[in-house]
Design a protein around this ligand. Structure first.
Ligand code: ZN
Ligand code: ZN
Length: 111
């Protein structure tokens, strides 16, 4: 007789894996979730250039981390490939932009 006594641990993670989904689906979703934050920024910087859309301050490789991508419609999930929803803002202008409204996507942009 085999008694496997694995440690009993409670699952405290809130996210549930939907059993209807295949592993491939789940992997794809994870990739989609993790890639936008990294890649849309690069794309936006490429499309709009290393310059703040508000104060027109220019950036180069050394201080490009100070340039962030703002979502014009406030929805960080809306990332059209042509960059129409992006605006490159320096951290100061970006903060200013969000201080009037919600700070939501500021934190996810900041990365
Ligand atoms: Zn600026
Ligand atoms: Zn923003």
């Amino acid at each position: 007789m085999q008694s496997k006594r694995n440690k009993v641990y409670k699952k405290q993670r809130p996210e549930k894996i939907n059993s209807n989904k295949s592993v491939a689906d789940i992997v794809r979703e994870l990739k989609e979730q993790s890639s936008p934050a990294g890649s849309y920024r690069e794309r936006s910087l490429k499309i709009h250039g290393l310059i703040c859309a508000k104060c027109a301050r220019e950036f180069d490789h050394k201080d490009r981390h100070l340039l962030t991508v703002h979502h014009k419609d406030g929805n960080p999930g809306n990332n059209p490939p042509n960059g129409s929803n992006w605006e490159n803002l320096c951290v100061y202008c970006h903060e200013d932009e969000h201080s009037r409204g919600l700070l939501g996507d500021y934190f996810s942009d900041k990365k």
